[in-house]
Design a protein around this ligand. Structure first.
Ligand code: PLP
Length: 494
């Protein structure tokens, strides 16, 4: 017999006006989380959308939309004439086999008192679904072409003879030799020289953004953030208690004039000038200069996420904002997640001189240090010229895969979706021709063994037409057409 939900659903659902997330998204994320955590068990019947809507003070349509979306994602199922239930087979449930009774019981316990950050973290998801390595998984470099033999050679060189230095805590800013190699790389390939002392190594790009937000903004402070924008990053800033000050995005990138006039008091701006994720546009030079001027005039800081600057297939990349900053307002963030592989978990910051001390110390307090062996191996890999040649080969390979994707996509997706492949990065957009819900289309795409992300997951306040984000960089050119044919079938069926 179906389990009936006891008591009000409200204990799981807390709408927060301070969170810059539409109410339907807050309800949807929190319901999903309650299901994943086992607070709502498989087979539980949900109250009718009308009752939920009344309890939450939202419109019934809003609740219908939430429940429909969760059905499409596989968390809920409708039973004819009986109502809406938590699905018996959940899409992302952690395996509980072997869990002790105590752990299973913990799922039914009331939540302990949490800090503000703990509470805010419950309202968003950190899950990026990167575990399903299916064709067209976005943001995925060509791991099939990673130079494992060279990497192993560098690893052997570092560990041979048991280097004691690699086994200590390491420098709080990161190993000097790696900071030197990164500084050389930036000077040569990004035409942006810096002193290795300005660099702090972090466990990835997101850890770098966290340090910057923690060091420079207090809870409640505003951060300019592009809408649409990367979900993991907006969720991170929200969890740190920052106020998202949304900026529109057009063909020239962030609408700097609009955002800075609406939110002149923001403390930070987070921007992806080389390649906006997920729209793929580049921030124009006049807007870069306008952002710098705003930061100078308002004592604000720019976090420059130089995302995907390594992969540009047409023309030279624009100089980084940092390289044209005459007033030391830019905190530059880089990561090896796409240039090498996400699991390496190494990123870095290049800091204005006046911030070096505080960032070094804060990083040491939080991270102690980043795995020293991996840092030394990476330094050896860059120093041996292997990083530059790997990037050169990957640029060629991705350009070839991009061509194959566009060529096959134009015919296979004709009438179903319009392909939009910017001249940089690892992903493309497929704008759906029919006004279909991109969530529903994604479900159909997953059903045929492919991957993609719906653009609507990235939009915060301003809805856009439905589109799928598709990663082409991880798909061999000769497999592109068969996979695109399968994709076309899935879109047509949705
Ligand atoms: C916009 C953006 N910037 C940077 C990164 C790199 O972050 P990390 O090094 O933590 O993987 C990502 C990863 O997906 C991203 O989406």
């Amino acid at each position: 017999m179906a389990k009936q939900l006891e008591g009000p659903i409200l204990p799981f659902l807390r709408l927060d006006d301070a969170v810059a997330l539409p109410k339907f998204r807050q309800v949807q994320d929190q319901l999903r989380m309650a299901i994943l955590r086992g607070h709502l068990r498989a087979g539980t019947r949900l109250p009718a959308s009308r009752i939920l809507a009344e309890e939450l003070g939202l419109s019934r349509q809003t609740l219908v939309r939430v429940l429909e979306n969760l059905k499409v994602e596989g968390y809920l199922e409708a039973r004819q004439g009986a109502g809406t239930f938590v699905s018996a087979a959940l899409p992302h449930q952690p395996s509980k086999t072997g869990w002790s009774e105590k752990l299973n019981n913990a799922l039914d316990m009331p939540l302990p008192r949490l800090s503000r950050i703990g509470q805010l973290s419950r309202q968003v998801s950190a899950d990026i679904g990167q575990f399903e390595h299916k064709p067209f998984l976005p943001n995925r470099p060509a791991i099939d072409r990673f130079p494992f033999a060279l990497w192993r050679k560098c690893w052997n060189a570092v560990t041979r003879g048991g280097k004691v230095a690699a086994m200590g805590y390491g420098d709080l800013s990161g190993e000097l030799v790696l900071r030197q190699r990164i500084a050389e790389y930036l000077a040569l390939h990004r035409h942006d020289p810096c002193d290795p002392e300005q660099i702090v190594i972090t466990p990835g790009g997101h850890a770098a953004f966290t340090l910057a937000a923690m060091a420079l903004a207090d809870p409640g402070d505003g951060i300019l953030f592009e809408d649409p924008g990367p979900v993991t990053t907006s969720n991170l800033f929200r969890t740190l208690g920052l106020r998202l000050c949304l900026a529109g995005v057009d063909a020239d990138g962030m609408d700097v004039a609009g955002a800075t006039s609406r939110y002149p008091d923001a403390r930070l701006a987070f921007v992806m000038p080389s390649r906006h994720h997920p729209l793929g546009v580049t921030l124009s030079l006049p807007r870069r200069l306008a952002l710098l001027e705003w930061a100078r005039a308002n004592d604000a800081w720019i976090i420059e996420d130089d995302y995907d600057s390594e992969f540009r297939y047409d023309g030279a990349p624009l100089p980084s904002i940092r390289s044209i900053d005459g007033h030391d307002r830019v905190i530059y963030a880089g990561s090896f997640s796409k240039a090498l592989y996400p699991g390496i978990r190494i990123g870095y910051l290049v800091l204005p001189p006046q911030l070096i001390g505080v960032f070094r110390n804060l990083s040491g307090l939080i991270n102690r240090s980043v795995p020293v062996e991996t840092q030394l191996v990476l330094a050896d890999f860059i120093g041996g010229g292997h990083f530059a040649s790997h990037l050169r080969r990957m640029r060629g390979l991705y350009a070839e895969r991009r061509e194959a994707f566009m060529e096959a996509g134009r015919t296979t997706l004709a009438g179903l979706a319009r392909i939009d492949c910017s001249e940089s990065g690892l992903n493309a957009l497929a704008w759906l021709e029919k006004a279909s819900e991109d969530h529903a289309v994604r479900r159909s795409v997953l059903d045929v063994g492919l991957q993609c992300y719906p653009l609507s997951d990235y939009t915060i306040a301003t809805p856009r037409p439905g589109a799928l984000i598709l990663g082409y960089a991880g798909v061999p050119a000769d497999r592109m057409k068969p996979y695109l044919l399968r994709l076309a079938e899935a879109i047509a069926r949705a």
